[in-house]
Design a binder for this molecule. Structure first.
Ligand SMILES: Nc1nc(=O)c2c([nH]1)NC[C@@H]1CN(c3ccc(C(=O)N[C@@H](CCC(=O)O)C(=O)O)cc3)CN21
Ligand SMILES: CC(C)C(=O)C(=O)O
Ligand SMILES: [Mg+2]
Length: 267
């Protein structure tokens, strides 16, 4: 497809059984590259706080930071659908805050949809944002903004009672009008069951092979984030080695007086 992707295109992919591909991006150059590769959706994740800003978790990320990174992504004019994460404290306080901050990500950032974490307890928030014509992706299971409640980044829904609650959450966010839902850190059979029972697409991360699509953090597939190595990450390249090699060669050549040579100089 050589035109802009919309939420309707994404939803049709579930019906057609075509897998939906998603990666995070936080800047212009990465967006250009992954969009040329044909990625379906680009997520400006609040994981930016971990892989870009160097925080230990996603909690310190602000709406201003999300707007800044969203603008950088949107400047690459991607064909992929652009979704921005709502960071911690931008939607939990009340529905009015949630609507204002979702609106900022669209108006100032240029996002085409927003994502927020939570199930049945954020259904009213999802509905309020959808009512102002901003598409919402939900995010349930291992929700990183709940790190202190979960006691770490732990797989959710292993016990039957918890699994049933996650299934209820999935149905609640669909009922609230979410156009898709991220399933993070849950057993693969539970993800399979949720995917079968929902009519909106499920996008998995650490949720097994039976989701309608898959999302990963770009730095993780490139080996650029040493802080976390969850079991669900697969490394598809070694950008760390590539950068180390290039920077080391540059340092060595400058030290030896080999660079810059006449070919890289003006006469
Ligand atoms: N670079 C990066 N990638 C991510 O996927 C990511 C972030 N940062 N920051 C925010 C959250 C944190 N995430 C994480 C981080 C670690 C695990 C992890 O180590 N999980 C254990 C399971 C632990 C258990 O259930 O007991 C694992 O072995 O995979 C999971 C999700 C996902 N998100
Ligand atoms: C990994 C995805 C789902 C995310 O929420 C993020 O990057 O912040
Ligand atoms: Mg996130």
């Amino acid at each position: 497809m050589n035109r802009k992707k919309t939420i309707l295109d994404i939803q049709k992919m579930k019906a057609a059984g075509e897998k939906i591909t998603v990666l995070t991006s936080y800047d212009y150059p990465f967006t250009r590259i992954m969009d040329d590769c044909g990625i379906d959706m680009i997520l400006i994740g609040d994981s930016v706080g971990v892989v870009f800003s160097g925080y230990d978790n996603t909690l310190p990320v602000t709406v201003d930071e999300m707007v800044y990174h969203t603008r950088a992504v949107v400047r690459a004019r991607p064909k992929a659908l652009v979704i921005a994460d709502m960071p911690f404290l931008s939607y939990q306080t009340d529905v009015r805050d949630a609507r204002l901050n979702a609106g900022r990500l669209v108006k100032e950032g240029g996002a085409e949809a927003v994502k927020l974490e939570g199930g049945a307890h954020v259904a009213d928030t999802i509905r309020a944002i959808v009512d102002m014509d901003i598409p919402v992706m939900a995010h349930i299971g291992l929700t990183p903004q709940s790190i202190h409640r979960m006691g770490g980044y732990k797989v959710q829904g292993k016990k039957e009672e918890q699994a049933q609650r996650l299934l209820d959450d999935a149905k609640a966010v669909e009922e609230a009008g979410a156009f898709a839902v991220t399933l993070e850190g849950i057993p693969l059979r539970l993800a399979e069951r949720i995917t079968a029972e929902l009519s909106i697409p499920t996008i998995g991360i650490g949720a097994g092979p039976h989701c309608d699509g898959q999302v990963l953090v770009i730095h993780d597939i490139l080996g650029l984030c040493e802080k976390y190595s969850p079991k669900f990450v697969k490394r598809y390249g070694d950008a760390n080695a590539l950068i180390t090699s290039a920077v080391s060669s540059y340092i060595a050549e400058v030290k030896k007086g080999e660079f810059p040579d006449e070919g890289h100089s003006f006469s």
